[in-house]
Design a protein around this ligand. Structure first.
Ligand SMILES: Nc1ncnc2c1ncn2[C@@H]1O[C@H](COP(=O)(O)OP(=O)(O)OP(=O)(O)O)[C@@H](O)[C@H]1O
Ligand SMILES: [Mg+2]
Length: 317
């Protein structure tokens, strides 16, 4: 019996030993599996993080930059560009954007240059016509007036019937000279070339049917295209005031500030001016001023008068 018990104990001890060994093996296997799982998880997190970082650097940031540059471009800043470092389609987009912006910028410069050539050549033609009228037909008419007056002075006193027609002829010729002068002034104001902007604006103010308060502080002479543009701005604004505004007074202000000629023509009339109507005066002004790189703004709320602001860069001259 004792021998049997001893055998049984030995058997139990052996079974327990092998069960413990088995337990240790399976614990070790479970630990290994957990370690592999954790390592796999960490690797996945790292991979996802790295991929997100790559996406942010390679796609999101360049697309954001492109969106910002597109907004700049839409706001009129044609110098907007993006770095061309992107790969694949992003790079194609970046290069495409830069090419488009460069083309727009070049075309805008060409357009500005051609506008200013058109304005300059029209001004030149007007000046030539004014000179031709002044030196040609105007001088001829003036000498005819003098000739008629001379004939009048020497006509025999016994022919009184000649005196009146000669008088009428001299007056009519004199009126024709005045009309021609007026036309010449509209084509190109000689006073502008001869005396500069200040005196030319004074002449405009004197001719205006609406009283004009002048406040002009522009020392010396400015480049000719700027003087001509400024003259036509004030001339058109005062003509509009007389034609449309039913104003009691107009003010003209001109200042040279920070290398720019700033003009303001204001009236206290009906308001409601707009450059998109049937007339071409305000549109023509914008063309002329923008051709020189300047800006024109018309503020004309109904019933509150009209303010026209023009700002011209003064370069060259
Ligand atoms: N100072 C102003 N006060 C009130 N309305 C104005 C004034 N200036 C312009 N307007 C209005 O704006 C419109 C456009 O002016 P714009 O100078 O372009 O044309 P216009 O004077 O009618 O014709 P154009 O100048 O070609 O002889 C005018 O028809 C007029 O209705
Ligand atoms: Mg007009």
């Amino acid at each position: 019996m004792d021998a049997l018990r001893a055998d049984f104990d030995a058997l139990v001890t052996a079974a327990l030993g092998s069960a413990r060994a088995e337990q240790r093996r399976s614990d070790a296997a479970a630990q290994r599996a957990t370690a592999v799982g954790v390592a796999g998880l960490i690797a996945s997190v790292v991979l996802i993080g790295a991929y997100s970082h790559y996406l942010a650097r390679a796609v999101v940031a360049p697309v954001r930059r492109l969106a910002g540059a597109t907004r700049q471009l839409a706001d009129g800043d044609l110098q907007a560009r993006v770095p061309e470092r992107g790969a694949g389609e992003i790079g194609v987009l970046q290069r495409g954007f830069n090419t488009m912006a460069a083309t727009l910028s070049r075309q805008r410069s060409e357009l500005a240059a051609s506008r200013s050539r058109i304005v300059a050549s029209a001004d030149q033609a007007r000046r030539r016509i004014e000179r031709d009228l002044h030196d040609g037909i105007q001088q001829r008419l003036v000498s005819l007036v003098l000739e008629v007056r001379a004939i009048q002075a020497t006509s025999p006193p016994d022919r009184p019937e000649l005196a009146e027609p000669l008088d009428r002829l001299a007056d009519a010729l004199g009126e024709a000279v005045d009309e021609l002068r007026e036309i010449s002034r509209g084509i190109h104001p000689a006073i502008l070339s001869e005396a500069g902007l200040g005196p030319a604006l004074k002449a405009l103010a004197r001719r205006s049917p609406v009283p004009v308060e002048l406040d002009v502080e522009v020392p010396g002479r400015l480049p000719e295209p700027v003087e001509v543009a400024a003259y036509y701005v004030v001339s058109e604004a005062l003509t509009n005031t007389a034609k449309h505004a039913r104003a009691s007074v107009a003010t003209v202000r001109a200042r040279l500030e920070d290398g720019r000629l700033r003009l303001r023509v204001r009236d206290d009339g009906a308001g409601g001016a707009t450059a998109s109507g049937s007339g071409s005066g305000l549109l023509g002004l914008a063309d002329r001023v923008e051709a020189l790189g300047g800006t024109v703004r018309v503020d004309s709320p109904p019933g509150q008068g009209t303010t026209l602001d023009a700002d011209l860069p003064v370069t060259g001259g």
